[in-house]
Design a protein around this ligand. Structure first.
Ligand code: P1T
Length: 375
């Protein structure tokens, strides 16, 4: 029987514990496993290689992305790093020009010195996706961080000419968007965000249907060792059981707030793919089930004073938790970009990014209204 997303999120990887019948299986806090004789064991030998709590989470994550395989990491950045180590010196990565600041930092400040080449284009415009002879990977986010640009994933997949297409699906979550079904080779997540959903852990994951890529990444996971703890795996697994209901609530709240902000005379621009005025609104409608809880907006003046006057919405990095978080990208999440790179991308000093939580939307709107009236 083919189960729906909501049912898979609750049941895949969540069979009762065979030893005790516990409906919620135990967290396997163990580094190692007894062997009957050298090399004879029950499938686990050392927890860097594999751990039952992690394995259950990986089964669940694979099901949610519609993938054969999932591999988890200690952070989203560790997952990104694992993907890049599939490449060799002189290979070229064509990346979106609006990605998480830490992704750009990893590419430019770590991997460039190992001889990899990176260039950045606006992949929301398909014509800018031009593949060089040595392009081995295309790296996109959709929606992007922080400007919420949308890339036509199926459109890029048609142009990839043998390069691996990797989609950082963090802002959408697998409930809203499934890149592998649109032709991507790998989906990547910071599980810190919507999958965990409660701002209480750091983690990352990769999903694929390609066995050879999976085996290579599984080897990298073990050999490099950036694995998540069993405790964090348990928390992500608990979080994803409510992913569907949370994503519906995040999306509904964000739509209301985007509409509210669009009407404010104090706001210059609102970036939210759910607004019909968003340049890629139609693409988003086609490839996403709803528009998620992430939006950005540019104030006409004085972002700092506005932020000081918020009482419910919390000023903090990160996103995707049940509580609303607001971020100043130029000073916080995207500070690692050189100033001229930020300006080129359109990340100005009055740009704010809001991760809309699942509080009552009237309270969030009242909080924003009050802070807007102070500027
Ligand atoms: O923080 P970590 O779990 O390592 O994930 C990195 C990462 C990767 N991809 C995207 C789209 C992200 O947004 C992030 C992390 N982002 C933040 C911490 C932030 O506030 O934008």
């Amino acid at each position: 029987m083919k189960l729906h997303f909501e049912t898979q999120a609750i049941h895949v990887g969540s069979d009762s514990d065979a030893a005790t019948g516990a409906v919620i299986p135990p967290i396997y806090a163990t580094s190692t496993y007894e062997q009957e004789a050298p090399g004879v064991h029950k499938g686990f030998d050392y927890s860097r290689a594999d751990n039952p709590t992690r394995q259950r989470l990986e089964h669940a994550l694979a099901a949610l992305e519609g993938a054969e395989y999932a591999i988890t990491f200690a952070s989203g950045v560790a997952a990104t790093s694992a993907v890049v180590t599939l490449l060799k010196p002189k290979d070229h990565v064509l990346a979106g020009d609006d990605t998480y600041g830490g992704t750009y930092r990893l590419f430019e400040q770590i991997y460039r010195k190992y001889g990899l080449e990176f260039s950045y284009v606006d992949t929301s415009c398909l014509d800018s996706v031009s593949i060089q002879k040595n392009t081995k990977m295309i790296w996109i986010e959709s929606p992007t961080n922080p400007l919420m640009k949308i890339t036509d994933i199926a459109g890029v997949a048609k142009r990839k000419k043998g390069a691996l297409l990797v989609v950082d699906n963090t802002f959408a979550s697998p409930y809203l968007q499934r890149p592998l079904e649109l032709g991507a080779d790998l989906a990547m997540h910071s599980t810190t965000k919507y999958l965990g959903g409660h701002s209480d852990l750091i983690g990352g994951a990769l999903m694929t249907n390609d066995k050879a890529i999976y085996e290579e990444l599984k080897f990298i996971q073990k050999a490099v060792g950036a694995i998540p703890s069993p405790f964090d795996c348990f928390l992500v697994h608990r979080g994803i059981k409510t992913l569907a209901v949370r994503m519906k609530a995040h999306s509904e709240n964000a739509q209301r707030i985007a509409e509210f902000l669009s009407e404010s005379p104090k706001v210059k621009n609102v970036y939210y793919p759910g607004l019909p005025s968003h340049p890629q609104h139609e693409v988003a409608r086609r490839q996403m089930r709803a528009f998620s809880g992430m939006l950005s907006f540019e104030l006409k003046a004085d972002a700092t004073r506005f932020l000081r006057n918020l009482k419910v919405i919390v000023l903090a990095e990160s996103l995707g938790g049940i509580e609303s978080l607001i971020n100043h990208p130029a000073i916080m999440t995207h500070a690692s970009l050189p100033a001229e790179e930020r300006t080129r991308r359109g990340i100005g000093d009055n740009l704010l990014r809001l991760s809309v939580g699942i509080e009552h939307p009237d309270d969030l709107i009242a909080d924003l209204e009050n802070a807007l009236s102070a500027i």
